[in-house]
Design a protein around this ligand. Structure first.
Ligand code: 13P
Length: 248
């Protein structure tokens, strides 16, 4: 049985002051019996995450990592730097980076590889646009995105966390239906199983307008192992109620 994992993706939000208040509330009320919990913040706040969360059972991570190990790459942040701040996770291939930074499947795969080499767990995001879905290309797109990563990381595939985030459901308030989520997760599970020989190793998270009102429905689906939460992760009460929806 895979324990559920809720990951808050703060995106480019927060300040030292507001983070402090939010993290204190999370530490006070988080119950690890229900699910694992992690926060992925912006790079300047990794030190704050480490300081505030070290004594708790909440883990933390980053939202991106360089595909390079080190060197003349101004503005980039390496996997070993993330390790310096005791990150456990790093999100790679978020659709906002694919869209606004033009990240390709191959670049995302190289980032996942770099993260694994440094001992970080990559959370690999895949997901179709509304146009892909209308054209009946959902399965093709998510399989292509994941296959690039599997090809690059080989026998480390069992270490990956995958997040299915339909682009049209992100930040829109319109989450994918239970049937849509379960059907894509089943496809991803089969793809991971074919690559690793294991059916129960990888956690597959759903992301896209997850909220306290839909968490119970989505998080009890058989192939959903947790959630990647954007907007609602900036509110302690909402994030903790999503965690509670995982109650075994
Ligand atoms: P929302 O929960 O705000 O839709 O964002 C989802 C997301 O992009 C998490 O990575």
């Amino acid at each position: 049985m895979r324990k559920k994992l809720i990951v808050g993706n703060w995106k480019m939000n927060g300040s030292l002051q507001t983070n402090q208040v939010l993290l204190a509330s999370l530490c006070q009320a988080f119950d690890p019996a229900n699910a694992d919990l992690a926060i992925c913040g912006s790079t300047p706040y990794l030190s704050q995450l480490q300081t505030c969360l070290s004594a708790s059972s909440i883990e933390w991570g980053a939202q991106d990592v360089s595909s390079h190990e080190s060197g003349a790459f101004t503005g980039e942040v390496s996997a070993s730097m993330l390790k310096d701040f005791a990150c456990r996770f790093v999100i790679v291939g978020h659709s906002e980076r694919r869209q606004y930074q033009g990240e390709s499947d191959d670049l995302v795969a190289a980032k996942a590889q770099r993260a694994l080499a440094a001992g970080l767990t990559p959370i690999v995001c895949v997901g179709e646009t509304a146009r892909d879905r209308e054209a009946g290309r959902t399965e093709f797109v998510v399989k292509r995105q994941l296959s690039a990563v599997i090809h690059a990381v080989g026998h480390c595939t069992s270490e990956l966390i995958v997040a299915y985030e339909p682009v049209w459901a992100i930040g829109t308030g319109e989450h994918a239906s239970a049937e849509q989520v379960q059907s894509v997760h089943r496809v991803l599970r089969a793809q991971l199983q074919a690559a690793t020989g294991h059916s129960d190793r990888n956690r597959i998270l759903y992301g896209g307008s997850v909220s306290p009102s839909n968490a119970a429905e989505l998080l009890t689906l058989s192939d959903v192992d947790g959630a990647l939460v954007g907007g609602a992760s900036r509110d302690a009460h909402q994030l903790l109620s999503i965690v509670s929806a995982c109650r075994p």
